[in-house]
Write a protein that binds this ligand. Structure first.
Ligand code: MTE
Ligand code: MO
Length: 397
């Protein structure tokens, strides 16, 4: 038995596809560029994953402006989320093409290959990205490496697809007027002229083109509304998709709680010392050093960010105490073991006057969940490298 699927929606056609395509053509480059920047920002970790020839020429991530990573990460994750309805609508609009035979013409076959990379790539990026921001590491591979390699597959498909389809898109957009379309009710909705995307024997319309645009646009607005609170502190209670607590502004999300860290109580008790190599300092000794206060964001690579007021000892003062006057960088170790046990800081990240080993946040001692006895906070540094429960800092001469 042969099953024939017939695609009969009368609004499917090159114009509608091109409208969704235009939105994605404008927005996806922002997602791509900010994503690659995030890779660079995040890449200062001690052991970068091996991605072979795909490694970007990297550079030291700046410390100014302090909100830089907050911006790139927020745009990447935020736009990535709100574009999902547009991506799905675009896929829906071209779905008949996925069921046609492989073309003989080499150029057409190349286009089909680009579609596999494009569609496979974007679905892979959406799924791994969404799982990652829900902290759901179900896949048995490194998210960081996989999302990055997936991105290049998608980028290659995207560039090829745009190069091959741009003229068609422009032509299709010109074939109808958006204004006229927005005034056309359901009763007057007709198919586009014959085309491989247009159903030859359409059903009567159940939705106008403006209705379809409104549904997709409504989805975008809804997701944006559920997402802005991940970045805008005052709106945090509205961030219903945020998996790490929505308590604002009195407290801010906790990536990993003290309980989840598995650290023993006495490891951060009265016997705790900060190990600077040459010197070991108790918390009282740290608190007796000159303190500095700075308003700095924590921007988690998983999508949320928040600005708080941090007080503690400048990292460059600690370097001087450790006897390293001109530090070229620092290796930070946590009391905790596991993936967050270590972070590497560049020279600029150590020397910035707002780079702190924080003892307090918002005028009170750090809670255990936020890294008591002491934690790192550095301008524009991805949250993941702002090590909590610091045990040792090794300043490199
Ligand atoms: N030791 C340790 N430090 C850590 C983490 C951790 O799990 N363990 N999480 C990191 C991540 S991913 C982020 S976003 C920030 C979050 O800090 P917060 O929990 O105080 O908000 O801490 C970072 N420092
Ligand atoms: Mo994070």
């Amino acid at each position: 038995m042969r099953i024939r699927i017939r695609w009969r929606s009368p609004i499917r056609g090159p114009w509608l596809t091109s409208v969704f395509g235009l939105v994605l053509l404008c927005a996806l480059p922002v997602v791509i560029v900010t994503g690659l920047l995030d890779w660079v920002a995040y890449g200062s970790q001690p052991i970068p994953p091996d991605v072979g020839f795909l490694h970007l020429p990297t550079f030291d991530w700046p410390t100014r402006p302090a909100w830089l990573f907050r911006l790139t990460q927020g745009l990447h994750v935020g736009l990535g989320i709100v574009l999902v309805p547009v991506v799905l609508a675009k896929l829906w609009s071209v779905i008949p093409r996925l069921f046609t035979a492989l073309p003989r013409d080499p150029l057409k076959a190349l286009e089909r290959l680009s579609l596999v990379m494009l569609v496979g790539g974007i679905l892979f990026e959406i799924v791994t990205g969404l799982l990652n921001i829900q902290y759901d590491y179900v896949f048995g591979f490194s998210f960081y490496a996989a999302h990055y390699v997936g991105a290049w597959v998608f980028i290659a498909g995207f560039v090829l697809h745009v190069a091959l389809k741009l003229p068609t898109m422009v032509r299709s957009l010109r074939s109808r007027s958006l204004r006229a379309e927005l005034r056309t009710p359901l009763a007057e909705t007709r198919s586009e002229p014959p085309h491989e995307l247009v159903a030859p024997d359409p059903d009567p319309p159940t939705m106008s083109r403006r209705g379809a645009l409104a549904v997709v646009g409504g989805g975008v607005v809804l997701l944006a509304g559920l997402t802005v609170g991940q970045t805008v502190d005052a709106l945090r209670p509205t961030a219903l998709l945020l998996p790490r607590g929505r308590t604002a502004p009195d407290d801010f999300p906790v990536n990993r709680t003290f309980a989840a860290s598995g650290i023993a109580d006495d490891a951060v008790g009265a016997d705790w010392r900060l190990d600077l190599g040459a010197v070991r300092l108790s918390r009282a000794e740290l608190a007796a050093l000159p303190q500095h206060t700075a308003d700095l964001p924590i921007s988690c690579v998983e999508g949320w960010s928040t600005q708080q007021r941090w007080t503690g000892v400048r990292l460059r003062d600690l370097a001087a105490i450790a006897g390293v006057e001109q530090p070229s960088g620092a290796a930070v170790a946590s009391v905790e073991e596991g993936p967050f046990a270590r972070a590497a800081l560049t020279r600029d990240q150590v020397l910035h006057p707002d780079s702190l080993l924080a003892l307090q946040v918002n005028g009170a001692d750090l809670s255990r969940d936020h890294g008591f006895p002491a934690r790192v906070i550095v301008p524009a540094l991805p949250g993941v490298h702002c090590t909590k429960w610091v045990a040792a800092i090794g300043f490199a001469p």
